[in-house]
Design a protein around this ligand. Structure first.
Ligand code: PMP
Length: 314
């Protein structure tokens, strides 16, 4: 039996905290807790954190849907407002946006003669699109072409998106899968955030954590730096919470807990990065082997695009 289990002593730090709280001396200073405080002894919410509000979603699909629903309700722009999707894009994009009443159209993306990017067509369409259009961008490892813009091209796209006051909506379903490096694959998103854009991101953990059936994902809304960014993100978060509540009440916990564990533990995070390198490395090796075999068999045509494209698609 456990009758002999003694009562544990009160934690001295907790006792000290309680005594500090109860003390009415107006010049009291708390030197006990190892947490950063500002000049007014208040917790400091980092400016970078104030800009982001994030909501857990039903994987990447749920994140794209929540973003679409939020934009359909709150994004007030031109009457003929459209969502611009890449031609081609993930088949589900068109119906996710039409389901919430947003009309979509396309921007040129894949260039059949080069099996690469039709950058001029892409840029030109963003330039001629009505101001304030929603532009859906694949963050990396474009589905279904495997063709991504270069960094220089992303910078030019950012310029035209800013000039035309478009709203960038990033779909990030393959972070870490393309190059094996999380930062590298999120380069475009980081660049847009650094450039002070207001944007949103639909994030999936299905592929990069191999949690296909657990439906772990996230929707992020990033406000541009401003004095009232905190207030704006608070209002946006409250609306996102209502939308989620009415549709799914709460997202599933299991996959998200696994993702949370991996993301917040240094050792597990390092191991995950290693796993990502292994998966993306194998995808690259398969591309190389397929290319070599096609060349070896003297298959008619130029197959170099298989090596130039990235991720799982070609
Ligand atoms: N966006 C893109 C571009 C995708 O390819 C996918 C998955 N095929 C998704 C979103 C949806 O991801 P999830 O399986 O996490 O819902």
């Amino acid at each position: 039996s456990f009758n002999a289990v003694p009562l544990a002593p009160t934690d001295p730090l907790f006792g000290l905290m309680a005594a500090y709280k109860a003390d009415t001396f107006d010049k009291k200073v708390d030197l006990g807790v190892g947490a950063y405080r500002d000049d007014n002894a208040k917790p400091w919410v980092l400016p970078v954190v104030k800009k982001v509000t994030s909501v857990q979603t039903i994987s990447g699909t749920g994140a794209v849907h929540l973003g679409a629903l939020f934009l359909a309700k709150f994004f007030s722009r031109p009457q003929d407002q459209k969502v611009y999707l890449s031609d081609p894009t993930w088949v589900n994009h068109t119906q996710i946006f039409s389901n919430v009443g947003l009309t979509s159209t396309t921007y040129p993306y894949y260039h059949p003669p080069t099996k690469g990017l039709d950058f001029d067509g892409f840029y030109g369409t963003l330039e001629s699109a009505p101001e304030g259009s929603i532009i859906l961008l694949h963050a990396c490892a474009h589905n279904p072409t495997g063709v991504d813009p270069t960094r220089e091209q992303w910078m030019k796209l950012a310029e035209i998106i800013r000039a035309k006051k478009h709203f960038p909506f990033f779909d990030c379903a393959y972070q870490g899968f393309a190059s094996g490096d999380l930062d590298n694959d999120a380069w475009a998103i980081h660049y847009f955030v650094q450039e002070g854009f207001e944007l949103c991101i639909a994030q999936s953990f299905a592929k990069n954590l191999g949690l296909y059936g657990e439906r772990a994902g996230c929707f992020h809304f990033v406000s541009p730096p401003s004095s009232n960014a905190k207030e704006i993100t608070k209002r946006i978060a409250s609306q996102l919470a209502i939308l989620q509540r009415s549709e799914i009440s709460n997202p599933p916990a299991y996959g998200a807990r696994i993702a949370g564990l991996v993301l917040n533990d240094k050792k597990l995070f390092a191991e995950w990065c290693e796993n990502l390198r292994e998966m993306s490395g194998r995808i690259k090796a398969m591309r190389t082997a397929l290319h070599a075999k096609l060349v070896e068999l003297e298959t008619p045509g130029d197959w170099s695009h298989i090596l130039k494209q990235i991720g799982m698609f070609s």
